[in-house]
Design a binder for this molecule. Sequence first.
Ligand SMILES: Nc1ncnc2c1ncn2[C@@H]1O[C@H](COP(=O)(O)OP(=O)(O)OP(=O)(O)O)[C@@H](O)[C@H]1O
Ligand SMILES: [Mg+2]
Length: 256
Amino acid sequence: MNDVVLEVATLTKAFGGVNAISNLSFETRRGEILGVIGPNGSGKTTLFNVITGVLPASAGKVRFCGEAITGLSTDTISQRGLIRTFQSATVFKNETVYENIRRGSMFGCIGKPSWFFRPGVVANGKRTAKETVAELLEFSGLSDLATRIAGTLPYGKQKMLGVVIALARRPLQLLMDEPAAGLNPTETVAMGELVTQIRDKREIDVVLVEHDMKMVTAVCDRILALNYGKAIAIDIPERIVRHPEVIDAYLGVDHE
Ligand SMILES: Nc1ncnc2c1ncn2[C@@H]1O[C@H](COP(=O)(O)OP(=O)(O)OP(=O)(O)O)[C@@H](O)[C@H]1O
Ligand SMILES: [Mg+2]
């Protein structure tokens, strides 16, 4: 069985004359949390936008679970189990926490290759929306806030809810865009634990874009470092933090 989940092959995304993503190739492996780091404007969000079909690629290919997804609609890609979260908190602010998660669970997840199904995913697929919401509330520790209006929650809880809404859509792989952005240190630790549990307890693979290096090095198995849309290195955290080019381009520089 093939261990590769997401394959990005010679991907390029140009805006006008500038390549936000430039001839980028990497792959993720099953069970992996892959971090993606790089300076502001290095193409991290654009990478997610192209992978998920929000923006068309200028060149190159993306495959998910062995099937080409380049050029497919965002809906089709998410139905195959590739789901993303956003840099800012994206919740239905006037709805309760419960209703937010229920809405997420109403998006189906069909068309996944059969070989990719895992016991947890199949069980989840048979659950009712109510059971899914209850289970996710417990998993995320948001049960006590179920009846609260989402917009009244602290920002950290709103971002956590954004992640849980994405989980309700039953991803096989979750692309997370800066889940710790705007969070205080305590909330950041909680978010890091949530990311780890998403992989460990739910068996969902994760690609994690994040500036908080403490979190990235703590939770990621490997890290891809980008600069100007190109890969500088992809390696285990211990080697990435010592990589001279990564230090030059990113780690030695002030960023948020
Ligand atoms: N829709 C767009 N149209 C034109 N240029 C864009 C568009 N989206 C992104 N860019 C440009 O592409 C480059 C990469 O931007 P991107 O948002 O992917 O960076 P990022 O690595 O996510 O940065 P940050 O860490 O600040 O979130 C930047 O130069 C940005 O200005
Ligand atoms: Mg970004």
